[in-house]
Ligand binder design. Sequence first.
Ligand code: NAD
Length: 531
Amino acid sequence: MKIVVAEKVSSAGLELLKAEQWDVVQPAGKDELYAALADADALIVRSAVKVTAELLSRAPALRVVGRAGVGVDNVDLEAATRQGVLVMNTPGGNAVSVAEHTLALMLALARAIPQANQSIKEGRWEKKQFMGRELRQKTLGIIGLGRIGVEVSKRARALDMMVLAYDPYVTPVVAGEAGAELVGRERLLQESDYISLHVSLTPETAGMIDAAAIAKMKPGVRIINCSRGELIEEAALAEAIRAGTVAGAALDVFAKEPPPPGHPLATLPQVLATPHIAGSTEEAQEIVGSRIAEQIREYLKSGMIINAVNVPAPSPEEYRNLKPYLQLGERLGAFIAQIAQGRLRAVHIGYSGKLAQMNTNLLRNSALQGILNRVLDEKANMVNAAAIAADRGIAVEESRGPRTGFADSILVSMNTDAGGASAEGMVLHGQFPRLLAVDGIHIEAPLAGNLVFFKNQDVPGVIGRIGTLLGQHKVNIANFSLGRAEAAPAGGGPAEALAVVHYDGPRVSDSLLQELSQSEAVRFVRAVDIG
Ligand code: NAD
């Protein structure tokens, strides 16, 4: 494997990759970077290198881009997805750093530390002017109790503060463990002495601290924002500070960074500001460097997807449960793509039993990957399969239901302009993909290696003839499975039957397939390569 590390990441992370005996390259400058990318499997960046469509086009073997950090504004996610390149980041790696900065800002607000420091620097000794207040027994309101909010809460509790939290997406148990009382938005605004923002930026949260919200706050409240500048309507906050209803604010982030000259919040004396540095610590850099290296190692070694930003991925625990079914989905897709005729129009994927309760995005993509790689020139993988299908106008539908038989199963159907095909399968002993039915006819067969698939009339002599012909051509049969429709056709005559022959050795020749199809009772023969 070749890993290109385009920006400085922690040495612990690099060591982890080198320990795999992988080629870890740290190019200096754009030309070296482009040259190194020609046969790279993975690329690690921070925020300076722009991973554009052009850069990606120079990396035809690339499988993963790792962003050591959170924001992925420097990565063209759409281009990466189309190229089948997984993009991952390391959310939460700097949660403690941001939380500590938040506490530092809160303490600095309470004790006017920057102003006191400035006064000393200017040769004054103004003890009376800097009368402070304790944080003890004051109420901190945390809006957004995610990774950072939780760390802030725990630390505020250590300062003997009371913590209220507003977050509609967390449970009281999570809040309780962080030492916070989960409350509604109104109560938090009304009762907090300090309000600290830790929500992500969404259409719902943008501008959430506006004049109306400020009007509900306790007079003399102090506001801290180490989250995103866009959460606050800056003009409304500046106005409230001038009016004295908000006693002060500490801001690490602004709607536009850096704030334009003369920006009121950057100049008001009651506002303490830092240049978006809450997450920037040596420790956070170490953590994100090691994490991105670990995530890339897992993906390249076992396919496990952690913190992907261009594929909706399950948790690591769910992934372990899903893994054998990903192979099943891909093989079912590959199987039906090789037996179906006509132009692909739509794909339907049905999940039963425990699979129906899981995150099925990857299952869907694996089934599509199996189909598309047999149908298109373009190489589909777990990352880009859904995007390729959408591009080609192939409708993809999914459905979920309870277990119908004795196993959790996946049913993949293709609809084509000549009819289509469907196959249902399960995983045996936690690892072996098996066919359960084809086109609604029950048949049990291993879903592996080289197969010959038959559709025939259920009349005597067909199986014997297939066996004899394969034997004459020195094809060793590993497994011979049969199935037939439960009812005879409406118009009378023999029932429709299926056979799946799993054999050793390379793919059978076209002339043998031709011979196998000669019998009048055999309606359809295909060599199927499952891989
Ligand atoms: P997170 O996803 O773990 O937490 C966000 C929380 O917000 C979640 O618990 C979510 O349920 C909650 N939330 C979403 N919508 C909400 C709403 N309408 N009302 C209330 N709560 C809502 O994210 P995180 O890692 O804790 O990061 C939080 C913020 O901090 C992000 O905006 C991130 O960009 C920012 N951040 C800033 C810095 C910095 O240097 N200043 C560094 C890292 C992260």
